[in-house]
Design a protein around this ligand. Structure first.
Ligand code: SF4
Length: 308
């Protein structure tokens, strides 16, 4: 048995920075410390913080006036920031800078009075946040190609689009193509909204699919980018499975396989991947692990602190 680790996987710069912000706040101020929404979409990371006293909330009204709170990497709508200010919360916005970039595009398009199509997964925290930056009368949310048919906007108008950062690169291309056909004056963001980490992790899974006969993605069920990695493997014709932790890995999926591709979502700590390798080695002691140099190792985002 051989395990091939995806070249790019695990923590992206946005996730690493958001987690560092919580760690720094815990070290500097201790508890009580609040986080709005899961800081990143990984069950193990969030549970570990909960065990150390961090309180996760989905409603700012659950946070006492004047308390310390961190907004998650996925971003929040402006209303949440205004509410936090009004309630004198001491807050740090851990929104990934690449999500903030999408927010700025949304504001720019709305300021130009442009209908804006937001491509993403309804209910995902990032989409909720980004939606808040588009003027409500100009906002059109779509999830897939068939939703393009349901858009009732004058086709002669200049229509803009923006996307969630963690979508499938290939599927999004198809949606944008269809939008272009329907709206000839379609305006794109200056650079793709799908972030480098999403693109690199999907590319790395495609690489694995060329040499492996099964692919395992470590990631939580509510992690958008992890789910897209599983889909990417599957779309390349390789049986692909997502597991939150080693405990969930059903070892029978490896029966008759000899080359395992192993990757992880952008919010997955390395120790969870190591635990999967360990479990596989327990069943197949002769397993050889191949690991490659990670080209992202020098990408780092700043760690912001509370302003007192
Ligand atoms: S997946 Fe991309 S947008 Fe999301 S936190 Fe990571 S770098 Fe930022």
């Amino acid at each position: 048995m051989e395990i091939f680790l995806a070249r790019t996987q695990g923590f992206c710069a946005g996730v690493a920075s958001a987690i560092d912000i919580v760690e720094l706040a815990l070290k500097t101020y201790g508890t009580p410390l609040y986080v709005y929404h899961d800081i990143v979409h990984n069950t193990s990371v969030v549970n570990d913080m909960k065990n150390r006293g961090v309180i996760f909330v989905e409603d700012l009204n659950d946070v006492p006036e004047g308390a310390r709170i961190i907004f998650s990497a996925h971003g929040v709508p402006p209303g949440i920031i205004n509410n936090a200010k009004a309630r004198h919360l001491k807050f740090v916005d851990a929104t990934c800078p690449l999500v903030t970039k999408v927010h700025k595009e949304a504001v720019k398009f709305s300021n130009q009075n442009m209908d804006t199509v937001l491509i993403g997964h309804v209910g995902h925290q990032e989409l909720v946040g980004t939606s808040g930056y588009v003027h409500p009368n100009l906002l059109h949310i779509i999830e897939d190609e068939k939703d393009v048919d349901q858009l009732h906007i004058d086709a002669q108008k200049t229509v803009a689009y923006i996307t969630q950062t963690t979508l499938s690169v290939d599927e999004t291309k198809g949606i944008i193509e269809k939008l272009k056909q329907k709206f000839p004056k379609l305006m794109a963001p200056p650079r793709s909204d799908i972030c480098y980490a999403t693109q690199n992790r999907q590319d790395a899974v495609k690489e694995l699919a060329k040499i492996c006969d099964v692919i395992i993605i470590c990631g939580s069920p509510h992690s958008s980018n992890s789910n897209r990695l599983r889909e990417t493997g599957q779309q390349q014709g390789v049986s692909s499975h997502i597991v939150d932790t080693a405990k969930e890995l059903n070892i029978s999926i490896l029966k008759d396989k000899t080359k395992i591709g192993l990757s992880s979502g952008a919010s997955v700590p390395r120790y969870l991947v190591d635990a999967i390798i360990k479990k596989i080695k327990t069943h197949y002691p002769e397993t050889i692990v191949h690991e490659f140099e990670n080209p992202e190792k020098n990408i780092v985002f700043p760690v912001l602190q509370f302003k007192e």
